[in-house]
Design a binder for this molecule. Structure first.
Ligand code: FAD
Length: 570
């Protein structure tokens, strides 16, 4: 080592090759912006590929539900968010949804069809209409492959297996990033006029998660260290139905198609929690209900309830939920055509993220963010299923549109600061590889995840959270001396895991501090010691920033539009 870092200069560097990153890249390339996509895995292995149930748009294609509108979609979204979403951002997303879905169809996404041949739509939780467009139960896979195909014909540079380690700032402006090329184990410099973070969520902060192993909140940590703010980090979604034990997702589409939840007594218990919406209440409501059934002894030993799809029949399951059937067969040895599935809640989605406006701008000039790593605030305290895929394509495109204008007006930055940052990260990598500490990364990671699940899970309470925060502080100290084990440079996954652990610890602290300071229950943030929503004190966004290396919490107003906050009843 010691040689000068390799330098890759572009107008725009997009960090992340999921749906957000690819949709943004397509837009930027088509406008002639020299664009790079940097991703720690091959883009088609991005977590978006696992999305199952569908993408929302008020197309009104379901027979009998033709009167669906973007306004109805916006209302459901705002109510689902427990009124914490910014209503101007929600209006943008819902208004642009039909065109975004039709655009995907025109690119080649093979959506499932109605009898009439239009895009089929299924009911999803918290939605007043069947609004979720789907490709069986492989919607993310289908869309991601289509966007990737489109990009094969565009002039974009892909850097795969590059782990972004730092954002570069020069005079307060973001002028690129540095990334560890994992195969040789070298840090490269990426000077750029703009950087768009599209790094996905931080699900792997929790011991029970439906997320891919790569979802470690790197983007949020990078942004925070570069001076950007994070927003509403305490709002973490737990999906009600993951396969018990493995926590692989069983899509909400399974209930949308008619699946029902039963406790050990064979009771359709959702009738007690959401008498009108039943199994299709929003996720926060259903996850709490399952957790309560289990806690009160009406679950099955091992902590789960049943999701019964048998009434759907083999034909419907094969046509609409083939992936779910295969998952159940492969990972539980159960055929849902004949038997109910054991399900339990698991962490699923990060509502909070890097604070941005509806053009993806963070507070740091030149730095943008979109998709699950960002918080434009369309999900508030609880996301509705099907709205995340929508967010990726709508706000991925919008961020790119803003960036195109911005980069066209600027000259390329001096690459010097990026080169210096790469050299600094190279020294850091060498130091990490040389550490002799006793602490091992896998054990620290396990403690962190279990702490988060125990202290900042579905039900939260002051003392448990204080204990959790103390453990996080201790874990940060231990991690500062942890050794990597493998000292080699090539494909050093243990090194990547240590870098991810550092990011998760920082992100975890923002979740913890936000949760402790929000003394109310709203959406996914349920405090047993403060069970009511408190609009007077907490109808506001939690903002987390870094000052002298410490997480500092402040608050920002919520944008209310036509929908006045009301009690949520389902
Ligand atoms: C199992 C499952 C099913 C889902 N189903 C649905 C659904 O049906 N409908 C719906 O609306 N939502 C669904 N969601 C949510 C939705 O899939 C995600 O929110 C969305 O796909 C996120 O897309 P993204 O582009 O923002 O991030 P991702 O797809 O997670 O992509 C992140 C990218 O960032 C890269 N990256 C991260 N860190 C770094 C780093 N340090 N350096 C370089 N690259 C980095 C990764 O390599 C990856 O390419 C589901 C989620 C799960 C877990």
């Amino acid at each position: 080592m010691g040689a000068r870092a390799e330098v890759h200069a572009h107008d725009l560097v997009i960090v992340g090759g999921g749906l957000t990153g690819l949709r943004a890249a397509l837009q930027a390339c088509r406008a002639g912006v020299a664009t790079a996509v940097v991703s720690k895995v091959h883009p088609l292995r991005s977590h978006s590929v696992a999305a199952q149930g569908g993408i929302n748009a008020a197309l009104g294609n379901a027979p009998g539900y033709e009167e669906d509108t973007p306004e109805a979609h916006a209302f459901d979204t705002v109510k689902g968010s427990d009124y914490l979403a910014d209503q101007d951002a929600v209006a943008v997303m819902c208004r642009e949804a039909p065109a975004a879905v039709i655009e995907l169809e025109h690119m080649g996404v093979v959506f499932s069809r109605t009898e009439e041949g239009t895009i089929a739509q299924r009911p999803f939780g918290g939605a007043g209409f069947p609004r979720t467009c789907y490709a069986a139960d492989r919607t993310g896979h289908t869309i991601l492959h289509t966007l990737y195909e489109q990009l094969m014909a565009a002039d974009v540079a892909f850097y795969e297996e590059f782990f972004v380690t730092s954002l570069v700032t020069d005079g307060g402006r973001c002028t690129g990033c540095t990334a560890l090329s994992v195969p040789p184990g070298e840090v490269h410099a990426f000077p750029a006029k703009a950087v768009l973070l599209a790094t996905g969520g931080f699900g792997r902060l929790y011991s029970r998660s439906t997320n891919a192993l790569i979802n470690t909140g790197d983007g949020a940590a990078l942004a925070l260290r570069a001076g950007a703010m994070l927003k509403d980090m305490e709002f973490v979604q737990f999906h009600p139905t993951s396969l018990a034990g493995t926590n692989i997702l069983i899509t909400e589409g399974a209930r949308g198609e008619g699946g029902i939840l039963l406790n050990r007594e064979g009771e359709r218990f959702m009738a007690r929690y959401a008498p009108h919406s039943l199994d299709l209440a929003p996720r926060d409501v259903v996850a709490r209900a399952i957790e309560t059934e289990v806690a009160e002894g009406r679950g099955f030993p091992g902590g789960y309830v049943h999701l019964d799809l048998t009434a759907l029949g083999a034909g419907k399951i094969m046509a609409r939920l083939p992936g779910i059937r295969q998952i159940a067969l492969d990972f539980a040895g159960i055929d849902p055509v004949a038997e109910p599935l054991p399900v339990q809640p698991a962490q699923h989605y990060s509502m909070g993220g890097i604070a941005v406006d509806d053009g993806g701008r963070t507070g740091v000039p030149g730095l943008y963010a979109a998709g699950e790593c960002a918080c434009v605030s369309v999900h508030g305290a609880n996301r509705l299923g099907g709205n995340s895929l929508l967010e990726t394509v709508v706000f991925g495109r919008r961020a790119a549109d803003g960036i195109i204008d911005a980069v066209n007006a600027r000259a390329r930055p001096d690459p010097g600061p990026a080169v210096e940052a790469a050299a600094a990260d190279e020294r850091r990598v060498a130091a990490l590889l040389g550490r002799e500490g006793e602490e091992k990364v896998p054990a620290l990671l396990r403690d962190l995840k279990e702490t988060m699940y125990r202290s900042f899970g579905i039900f939260r309470e002051e003392q448990k959270m204080q204990d959790g925060l103390s453990t996080l502080t201790a874990l940060r100290k231990h991690a500062a001396g942890a050794s990597v084990g493998d000292r080699g440079r090539r494909f050093n996954q243990a090194l990547v895991n240590l870098l991810e652990l550092e990011d998760l610890l920082l992100v975890g602290e923002t979740v913890a501090r936000g949760a402790l300071m929000r003394r109310e229950s709203r959406g996914s943030h349920t405090r047993t010691d403060f069970p009511k929503r408190d609009d007077e004190r907490y109808l506001r966004h939690t903002m987390a920033g870094l000052a002298d290396g410490k997480v500092v919490i402040s608050y920002a107003p919520v944008t209310i539009g036509t929908f006045e906050p009301q009690e949520r009843v389902y």
